[in-house]
Structure formats: C-alpha cells, structure tokens
Write a protein that binds this ligand. Sequence first.
Ligand SMILES: Nc1nc2c(c(=O)[nH]1)N[C@H]1C(S)=C(S)[C@@H](COP(=O)(O)OP(=O)(O)OC[C@H]3O[C@@H](n4cnc5c(=O)[nH]c(N)nc54)[C@H](O)[C@@H]3O)O[C@H]1N2
Ligand SMILES: Nc1nc2c(c(=O)[nH]1)N[C@H]1C(S)=C(S)[C@@H](COP(=O)(O)OP(=O)(O)OC[C@H]3O[C@@H](n4cnc5c(=O)[nH]c(N)nc54)[C@H](O)[C@@H]3O)O[C@H]1N2
Ligand code: SF4
Ligand SMILES: [Mo]
Length: 756
Amino acid sequence: MTTTDTTACILCSRNCGLSVEIDDNRFKKIKGDKAHPFSQGYICQKAARLEHYQNHDDRLTTPLQRQSDGSFKPVSWDEALDDIAQRLVAIRDQHGGNAFAFLGGGGQGNHLGGAYSRQLLAAMKSYFSYNSLGQEKTGDFWVNGRLFGEQTCHTTEDVEHADYVLFIGTNPFQAHGIPNARDTLKHIKKDPGRTMVVVDPRRTETAKMADIHLQLRPGTDAYLMSAMLAIIVTEGLHDRDFLAKHCRGFDQVEKALRAIPIADYAARADVPLATLEEVARGFANADSACVRIDLGIQQTLNTTLNGYLEKLLYLVTGNFGKPGGNNLHTMLLPILGDTDERNPKYRRTAHHRMFPIAGIYPPNILPDEILHQGEDRIRAVFVDSANPLVTWADTRAYEKAFASLELSVVIDVTMTETARAAHYVLPASSQFEKWEATGFNLEFPVNGFHLRHPLFLPKEGTLPEPEIYTRLLEKMGVLPERFPKLERLARLEAKRGQYLATLAALGTLLARNRQWIPHAASIVYRTIGKTLPDNAAASAPLLALTHVYAQLHYKAVKRAGHQGNRLTLGSNLFQAILKGRSGITLSEHRFTDIWSLIAHNDRRVHLAIPEMLDELAGLTASITDQAYPFVLMAGERRSYNANQIYRDPAWRKVDPHGAMRMHPEDAERLGIENGDKALCRSARDSIEVVVEVDDSVRTGMVTLPHGFGMRYKDSAPIGPELNRLTDSQHCDPLSRTPFHKHVPVQIEKSSTAGAV
Ligand SMILES: Nc1nc2c(c(=O)[nH]1)N[C@H]1C(S)=C(S)[C@@H](COP(=O)(O)OP(=O)(O)OC[C@H]3O[C@@H](n4cnc5c(=O)[nH]c(N)nc54)[C@H](O)[C@@H]3O)O[C@H]1N2
Ligand SMILES: Nc1nc2c(c(=O)[nH]1)N[C@H]1C(S)=C(S)[C@@H](COP(=O)(O)OP(=O)(O)OC[C@H]3O[C@@H](n4cnc5c(=O)[nH]c(N)nc54)[C@H](O)[C@@H]3O)O[C@H]1N2
Ligand code: SF4
Ligand SMILES: [Mo]
C-alpha cells in the first residue's frame, strides 16, 4: 500500500522539504513539499534519488569488530559497547584528555545526534572535536569573532531581495546554498533592475546567467576584492553614516585600502580594470547589495583574508542590517561555539599548538597529532557522520595515522573507507529511520526549524545515535541508567506538554551533581524523552533549547505566531516543532534587531583586525612552480555529486568517471582528446583521470569533482580519489583550512591510454 509523508532532503545545507510516496518500506516517489516554510516545494534533481541512500548493498546491519587477521566479525551491541567503554576508560585514565579526538558529528542533515556525541568528549576529558567545517568555514568564523564579538555571530545573505548580488567563488546553480537557488537565479536574471555578478575562474552555470562575469586567475581573490574596496574608498562611495553609527576602526581600514595599487592588483587578478570599476561602483551605489561566497574563496590562497575582505565589501558600503544585504541570524541548535584563541582556557593541540575556532579543530593537522611520538599524542578516535579517509586532505597521511591508533570506532549507516580502517564499526539507523534535524537554519529575518520524524522502520541491527551514545556513557560509568524522580515528574507533566517542574528538578539535580552537566542530553532523553509521543525521545534536548531561544528572542518568537508567556513560550515552541511535520517558522525578527545580535558590548562592528591588515599589506604574488604548471581545483560541485552520502554509483545519471575538465588549448598541447585517460600528479601522489575537454575553464586550470573516490561492494575506488593529491601542509597559516581549489599538478596523457 502506498502512503504519503513529509520529510527533508539530507544532501546539502538547504535541507529542502520533501513530500514522499512510500511503498513496501521504500521511497516510491519524491517531490518538493509545498508546505515547507522555506523551500515551498522547490527541490533539485539530486533529491529524487534518495532511495539510493536509504537502500543499497553496503548498508550496515550489525556491529563489526576487527580481528587480528584484519577481517571483521559481527558482534552484539553489548559486546561491542562493553569493550569500547572499557578501552576508552582505560585510555583516558592512563593518558588523560589529550589522548582522544572526536571526528565528524553531522553531515548535511543529521545534527540532532551532535547533542549526544558531544557528551563523549566530556566523558573523555577531551576538547578535540574535528569537523568538516574545520576544512572550509573556520577562517570565516574567526573573522566573525573579531568583527562581531563572537565566533557564533554567523552571517547570511538576502540574495532574494538584493538589487545587486555578488557571487564570489560559489556556483549556486549546482551547489545551492541560497534559498531555492535555480529559481532565485532565474528571477534575478529576468529582472532588468537587478544585477548579478559572478567572480569565478570558470564560466560556471551561474556565471552563464550573470550580467557580469569576472573570470579571474585562480587564487587571486584577495587582489580582486581589495582593489574593489580601494576603488570604493578612493571614489568616496563608502557609506559614511553607516560607518559612523555602527562601526569602529574604519580609519585604519581606509588607510590600508588607500595604499592598494588598484591597476596592478586588477592585472594580477587578470580582470579588466574598467569592469572591476564598473562592479565596484554598481555594488556601492545599489539600493541594496549583498555578497554570497563559498569554497572558491574559502579553499584557496589567503583564505582568512578573503573572508575579511568579502565582509568589508558589504560593511563599508552599509549593506548590513537591511533587506537585500548581509545580516546576522539566530540559531536553535548551537552548532558553533565561541573559542577566541586569545583566551588561554581553550586547549591547544599537543603537536601543532593549534587552537580551536568556533569549537572546531582543523582536519589538516590531525594526522600529525596522531602520529607524533609525544606521550600526549591522540590514541583513540570516534568518527561519526564523516568519511575522513576520503574527504579530509592527505589520504595517505590519514591512512597511516589510522593504522597507528590504539582504538578507532566509526558510526555510520554504510561501509565507508574510514569504517574499513576502524577497530569497531557501529551501524546507525538511517536519517529516514529516526528522529533527525538540521542545524543549518541560517535565515534572517524569518528563521525556522524542521524536526524530521521517522518514515521507515529502522533496519534490523541498527540503532539511532542518541541510544548508542547514551548506552556507551552508561557503560563507561559516567551516568546512571535511571533517574526515577525526574521520570516520575516528566510522566506527570507529559499530558499538559509543559515540563516546567521537570526542568526545574533537572536544574537542581545538575547543580548538585555538576559532573552530569555535560550529559544533560542523555538525562532528558532517558526521562522526558520516554514520555514524548511517537518515540520522539531523541528530540528531548530540543526542549531546553527552545526555552533558551524563546527567552533570547521572545518578541520574535511571538511574532511568528507562537503563544505563551516568559515561562511557557519555550515549551509551546517545542510542542509546535514536534507537531510541525513540514517544518515551522521559529521567529520573525525586525532588521533593527541586528544590532542586538552583535556580541561586542558597544554593539558595533569592529572593522580593524590587525592580523588581517598585516596580511593585506604583505600580499605577494601567487605560487608558481614550473614542475607543477596546472592549478587543479580539487573538488567541484556538479549535477551528480553529493559529498559522500550516495555510495551506489547507480545514482548518477551523468559523469560516471568524475571527469577532469581541461581547456581545449591545454588538451591539444598535451595531445589529449575528449575521453582520454590522463595522469594527474601532485607533489604528494598521482591518480588516473578521464579528461573532458571543456572551454568553460581558464587555460592552465583543471577541475575534478568532489564526492567520488568511494568503493561500492568491495569495488576499486570509483572516480577520482582527490585527497591522495592534497597535502596536509598546503593550507591557510591561520585557520589551517586546505587550499583545495589551488593544488599544483602536472598532467600527462596516460600510458594506459585509450578512450573510455
Ligand atoms: N551538487 C552538489 N552540491 C553541493 C555539494 C556537493 O557535493 N554536490 N556539497 C555541498 C557542500 S558540503 C558545500 S561546502 C558547498 C560548496 O559549494 P560551492 O563552494 O559553491 O561549490 P564548489 O564547486 O566547490 O566551488 C565554487 C566555485 O569556486 C570556484 N573557484 C575555484 N577557484 C577559485 C578561485 O580562486 N577564486 C574564485 N573566486 N572562485 C574559485 C569554482 O570554479 C567553483 O565554481 O556545496 C554544497 N552543495
Ligand atoms: N579535495 C577536496 N576535499 C573535500 C572537499 C573538496 O571540495 N575537495 N569538500 C570538503 C567539504 S566542503 C566537505 S563538507 C566534506 C564532506 O565530507 P564528510 O564530512 O566526510 O561528510 P559527508 O560526505 O557528508 O559524509 C558523511 C558520512 O555520514 C554518513 N551518514 C549518512 N547518514 C548518517 C547517519 O544518519 N548517521 C551516521 N552516523 N552517519 C551517516 C554517510 O554515509 C557518510 O559516510 O568534504 C570535504 N573534502
Ligand atoms: S537543493 Fe540541496 S537540499 Fe534541496 S533538494 Fe537539492 S540537494 Fe536537496
Ligand atoms: Mo562543505
């Protein structure tokens, strides 16, 4: 019998609402959900294939334990968790908190488990949380910390309402990242009153829709953006009123910008000066303008500086805190922390002495932190919702590091490359078999939240993460299994849907037992959780978060239509989330609220960041190495890649090999024809690729797609294993995020040639 239901897509940070038909415990049809408050029915081609995530031959269905001969033996959950708990406790007690690291913690759609996994770090007395955000966005978060006062002050862009949109290093037509990307792009293109500018070395699908495409030389964004800013200030196009009223430190910034040799920098970026001037003037003079950026500037040279310059573009022109500009926003799930490195309480790593940014340590340093010979090296890791042996820089370094660990545990739905290298593999229920949610609710002024309910019965043998971590903590002796008083209170209060007495009792319990404070998630899961309808126990921690959110944003939550007083609004918001199967609106802010979201005491933006102004003053020409004449953009978003979430290659309709795009002139010079195999060699390693001759790239640059290199049913790796080419050291000196868009390589026609 076919039934219909709602959920959300788990393939990118937009998490579009889905309306699905289900038959025989399988997806039969997948469409956009018109009732979703944000996506309103929009989806892209990737979502329709989600059955390839839910059911395939590599789904895990039992815990696996590595044997001395390297094979895996199926074991029971108790057997696995008893042994893991005992070994974790032994490592902690013998070597202390530096010996453990947590890797991952949520992909593109599964962040509810993060509330539970975080507890394991606390139980291990460790701070070392490594996450994929630490190889893309931490430079940006660091700049936010300085500008706005806390690294949790994250910005968004109102592309839908801007008159002038600047896309720098992002291809929303394929990668999305903005609301209903393709529709939004079409609207801008059609409207003669609005302007779209794309800054990208490739003539991307988005660039083809733009009014102006600045096809800059790869890795020269810092030159291009600083020249643009210099044009703005020398021509007096900056917003003096805004700067006087809302900012500090503009004088220092202005001085630095006035020193920029504009024509020289335009030439370095290889863009026409007249076009750059036209864009600078157009952007500064528009009634509303915003900047949307992504990996094109975050994974290339001058990463952190790029983030600073990009933010200066909208700040200096006063396009902040208004419709069509860039804005701060609220978050319900605290996916980012604030860990200013000037505060010594945030622990540095043993080997690189690296600090966390927004609570996250950078994957580029982890192999060294495991492999160095110090007593304080990392000896045990937990990996959850990530596949670092494919996706983090320097695969060979990762393989070596994993082989030297005393204990490695992977929680995943499928047999990944990282799982193959682990001591224990624990099978999670899929994201459509459990309660889940995304923390990527980054909207302003109207923000929302979508708690997804299970669509399918969990595959036998699997468990959801909240249960896995809670059992593990219990077995480690960190938490008792029962909290009878809280349970009783929760049952009494469940009927009214308000848990005020239970939450108050929890507060008292935690005040008396401070060692349990980091484990509040599992405590509410085992108590309040048991009383929630439809086995929604996993969502219990949201109750505390909705209370905090409703306190902080009381008026905005009420404006979104939620009822209640200072005491009850949080619980009512929680109930609305539980019931809102297509997602709900959380809050409706006013643009004037932006100033209260700034964390600096003076509620102003502090524009002058000495480290960044120093880097700007010392900008030098980009790297050139005769031995590696091509710049490889290692990790392009295309129509049929989606991180590592789909593993069955049958999901792809095109691009089965993940081909390398190369300009016709380069191909001709190398004697390579469309479909030929070629060898792509970096200083680190080489891989064989299939070439697609394509004039959308500049000469001297080549691109390979992200989201390949995984095995399926014990096959060889399918498509390019990109991170065999990347090197841990090739990264931003401040944030340690990799230069994946700028990998120097040499290319030659493969001797095993022959068209594919
Ligand atoms: N289809 C698909 N969509 C995805 C994903 C996926 O795997 N597949 N992954 C999701 C994730 S995790 C992320 S982080 C986002 C990333 O989304 P994006 O960052 O938008 O995608 P990319 O294609 O990685 O890179 C963006 C652009 O940067 C350009 N670029 C390369 N070098 C430079 C440079 O030096 N300067 C400038 N200005 N541009 C440069 C590239 O040509 C490319 O068009 O996509 C998300 N969406
Ligand atoms: N060279 C190069 N490397 C890159 C990039 C690039 O452009 N170039 N892009 C980088 C970027 S921006 C990102 S974000 C990363 C992405 O790479 P990763 O962070 O490794 O994450 P995902 O590809 O999202 O894979 C997440 C894992 O979660 C698993 N999973 C799915 N559902 C569940 C669940 O419910 N529970 C659990 N426990 N696991 C689940 C999937 O099977 C998969 O193994 O890759 C990065 N690596
Ligand atoms: S835009 Fe992202 S979330 Fe929406 S359907 Fe496509 S992949 Fe899924
Ligand atoms: Mo990403």
